[in-house]
Design a protein around this ligand. Structure first.
Ligand code: NAP
Length: 280
């Protein structure tokens, strides 16, 4: 690093699970860019202070992850249409003291499903109403899916459906009974992250019909207890690692000037690292 090194990073709490630093620094090496991407643990309530500090310190921008995406949206000076539609921002670009927010979680999620030959059609039930769920819901809706939202805190699910304009809220206790009507189930909560949450997925998946697609956006571990239960039922499953790579490309381009490929080498690098840490 020297005085000309371009700096970016990821803000989250916790942030140590994130493989984004490994991915972006790999792309910097591959494309011979004088850049660095660092993890930035920022406690809830400190996001604005942290962002203004990074702008002042000359950072190009940051990724934003759990739990800051919705607050990041509110703090942006400008927003892309996609971020506005999602009501969340996961990519911030700093330009002339201003913060410009974009949201690539939804397109990253959909691109990854398509790469796994999962059709984006019919009824999609999304668990969660946080930043990532908002983006996934908006993108699935844009691609023609009928969207159902269920969240532990019902008011957040209702606010999301209101923001989307259409969609149906299902009570958190009710969704397992409605699973038989769905083509796709998406876990967009942090349940399963680092083994978090004590959920009896095999019981909750009982009503699922053959042909149900089950996607988990959590990728630490890749094989979450939801995906294990879904595989045992013979459902088609997609883990969250491909989404991580697909959503990261636009941020890298915004900060470092090159659009990297979501190629096998990037995937293998992260998959091997997760395996080394017992997170396959
Ligand atoms: N693969 C990828 O590229 C990718 C991209 C983005 C995010 N993610 C992952 O997606 C997850 C969510 O991220 P986010 O940014 O959307 O976070 P967030 O805004 O903080 O939202 C968290 C969501 O999880 C729910 N939740 C948390 N604990 C729960 C529990 N014990 N039982 C039921 N629901 C619970 C919350 O429900 P309440 O509203 O009731 O609190 C909320 O809906 C994280 O694990 C993150 O790492 C992965």
């Amino acid at each position: 690093m020297d005085g000309k090194t371009r700096l970016a990073g990821i803000i989250g709490w916790p942030v140590e699970h994130s493989r984004s630093p490994m991915l972006h620094n790999h792309w910097c090496r591959v494309h011979q860019i004088n850049g660095a991407y660092v993890p930035l643990p920022v406690e809830p309530g400190q996001l604005e202070t942290a962002l203004r500090g990074l702008v002042a310190a000359g950072f190009r921008g940051v990724n934003v992850t759990i739990p800051h995406k919705e607050e990041a949206f509110r703090l942006c000076d400008e927003l892309t249409e996609t971020a506005r539609r999602a009501g969340a921002a996961n990519i911030l670009r700093f330009a002339e003291g201003r913060i410009i927010g974009d949201c690539t979680d939804g397109t990253g999620f959909c691109d990854n499903l398509l790469a796994h030959d999962v059709a984006l059609e019919g009824r999609a039930l999304i668990l969660g109403a946080g930043g990532a769920a908002r983006a996934v819901a908006a993108s699935l809706q844009d691609r023609g899916c009928e969207v159902f939202i269920s969240n532990r805190t019902a008011a957040r699910a209702e606010a999301l459906v209101q923001a989307l304009g259409t969609g149906t809220v299902l009570d958190w206790a009710e969704w397992p009974d409605r699973l038989g009507e769905m083509n796709l189930l998406v876990n967009a909560t942090s349940l399963g992250m680092g083994g978090r949450g004590d959920v009896d997925w095999p019981a909750l998946l009982q009503a699922g019909q053959a042909g149900l697609g089950v996607a988990d956006i959590v990728y630490t571990p890749r094989q979450t207890s939801l995906l294990k239960a879904a595989q045992e039922r013979g459902f088609r499953t997609v883990d969250g690692l491909g989404m991580l790579i697909c959503q990261a490309r636009a941020g890298f381009q915004a900060w470092f000037g090159v659009l990297p490929d979501a190629d096998e080498a990037s995937f293998d690098l992260l998959a091997q690292d997760l395996a080394r840490h017992g997170l396959s």
